[in-house]
Design a protein around this ligand. Structure first.
Ligand SMILES: Cc1cc2nc3c(=O)[nH]c(=O)nc-3n(C[C@H](O)[C@H](O)[C@H](O)COP(=O)(O)OP(=O)(O)OC[C@H]3O[C@@H](n4cnc5c(N)ncnc54)[C@H](O)[C@@H]3O)c2cc1C
Length: 459
């Protein structure tokens, strides 16, 4: 027999929609659903993360958003919302980069307001969701780790990025000086200020870790290593004013050539920003083989041009490099072993050479960014869903396989149950589904779909 979650404001006979994860995705989806008359239970394992999630939680004042304030409204149909909340409306402020902590406060205040004004529609369960099983009447039972079973008429997985995949060069290594996931709470606490640090990866995650170390007074040398040694490019000092362009007709390598040619006319930032409204459709216009080629060959270049740093941050990184405090190298990490004196011996090969380089460090931090293969995640819910065949990884290993409404496809390829995925877990369908401008639209569209198909009262 199932028992209802004993949440204030949720009548036992009213089956809510269960949203697993209370970060940006889960929070926005819950608000959209509640506004449309649906009852929602947000299941969040970490009370500190509720209402802002991983990216906008405990970060210092040095951590800036990597998207201009003018494009960070939580609502796609109200682009000025964040600016009004900040209390600014002039173009200069829209051009600036707010701190991530400020953005976290914004999101938390949205959730608090929604819960206060719609107390019968949004409830919260602080628990880990472990399993989902079909239940009578086409409903779903969500099993929480406190033993509660939440009966829901649909479930949405809004669980954010998968943790980084372990680098095989670190196999067999243990200890607090080897950090496999820099996002884990307290992950960098054991890195002493004088430590010689190797960052495995040179993207936005590495930039973030560098900032965190600097804010803690780090003095030791930092070496960042990736295959191509590419770091994210900087945003321009002032914002783009991009005139909407039609979707390019070229595909595959012809498309890349067309983007390069366009960049020579209007500048690379402009050429990339023009593509922004079309990137999801362009991804879907390519077959699996072409998508795989893009991921293999063009992705590192795309990532550094598309996901940029705030100009102030880029200046800080440049001065660290100029002082020699930060070295960025292109090469392959082969092996890290513990030396007799307890330090870490890094064996790597510089790109374009055959020889091996050995570098002694005191700590290694894996900054390769979010993982993509859900079957390698240790999340109990994903493990169970994959194990029972209710979900399967997407063919590109960019999260879960979903249909056009982000409904999970089971092991046989059927989208049979009302279980959906959003945010990074649904990246395989849309490619660009990681940043606020994409997820806010997904939250709105998914809420509309759920209310249409799951019988919620229209707003
Ligand atoms: C450091 C960093 C900086 C970023 N900066 C920007 C930026 O400036 N601009 C931008 O547009 N985007 C940025 N992003 C992208 C960011 O990922 C999205 O903007 C957005 O925050 C994603 O939110 P989410 O809710 O999907 O995931 P998350 O914020 O990760 O939230 C997922 C939540 O699900 C919970 N959860 C997971 N599994 C379970 C379970 N089984 N049971 C219960 N709860 C569970 C987790 O505890 C977590 O709170 C950044 C990302 C990172 C990592």
């Amino acid at each position: 027999m199932t028992k209802s979650v004993p949440h204030d404001g949720i009548r036992p006979d009213d089956r809510p929609i269960a949203v697993i994860g209370g970060g940006f995705s889960g929070t926005l989806l819950a608000i959209h659903l509640a506004r449309r008359g649906s009852r929602v239970v947000i299941v969040e394992r970490d009370p500190q993360a509720l209402g802002h999630g991983l990216a906008y939680g405990t970060c210092g004042p040095q951590h800036l958003l990597n998207v201009r304030a003018g494009n960070m409204s939580a609502f796609a149909d109200d682009p000025g919302h964040f600016l009004r909340w900040l209390g600014v409306d002039e173009a200069d402020a829209a051009n600036r980069f707010a701190t991530r902590a400020t953005y976290g406060t914004y999101l938390s205040s949205l959730l608090a307001t929604a819960r206060a004004t719609m107390p019968d529609r949004i409830a919260v369960a602080i628990a880990v969701a472990r399993d989902i099983a079909p239940a009578p009447g086409g409903t779903l039972d969500v099993q929480l780790d406190d033993g509660t079973i939440l009966n829901a008429r649909a479930v949405v997985l809004a669980q954010g990025n998968l943790p980084p995949q372990r680098h095989r060069a670190l196999d067999g290594l243990a200890g607090s000086d080897v950090v496999p996931d820099p996002w884990a709470p307290g992950a960098l606490d054991a890195v002493s200020p004088d430590a010689r640090v190797l960052l495995v990866g040179t993207g936005l995650t590495a930039v973030d870790v560098i900032q965190t170390l600097q804010a803690r007074g780090h003095k030791g040398p930092i070496m960042a290593l990736s295959r191509r040694g590419l770091m994210p490019r900087a945003h321009a000092a002032s914002g783009p004013s991009v005139t909407p362009q039609p979707m390019p007709t070229a595909r595959g390598s012809d498309l890349l050539r067309a983007i390069r040619a366009r960049a020579t006319q209007v500048g690379w930032r402009h050429a990339i920003d023009e593509l922004r409204p079309h990137t999801q459709a362009l991804w879907q216009a390519h077959d699996g083989a072409a998508q795989a080629r893009f991921l293999r060959h063009a992705r590192p270049w795309w990532d550094v041009h598309r996901h940029r740093m705030a100009p102030a941050l880029a200046t800080r990184i440049e001065s660290l490099r100029a002082r020699g405090d930060l070295t960025v190298v292109a090469g392959d990490l082969r092996r890290v072993e513990r030396a007799a004196d307890g330090t870490l011996d890094v064996d790597w090969r510089r790109r374009g050479t055959n020889g091996s380089v050995r570098t002694a460090v005191d700590a290694v931090v894996v900054c390769t960014g979010p993982g993509g293969d859900p079957s390698r995640s240790r999340d109990p819910l994903l493990q169970t869903l994959l194990g029972k065949g209710l979900a399967r990884p997407c063919p590109m290993n960019l999260g879960l396989d979903v249909d056009a409404h982000w409904t999970l496809r089971d092991a046989g390829g059927q989208a049979a149950l009302p279980i959906h995925a959003m945010g990074a877990l649904s990246k395989g369908l849309n490619w660009e589904m990681v940043a606020v401008p994409d997820i806010r639209l997904q939250a709105q569209r998914l809420a509309e779909h759920l209310c249409r198909t799951q019988g919620a009262v229209p707003a």
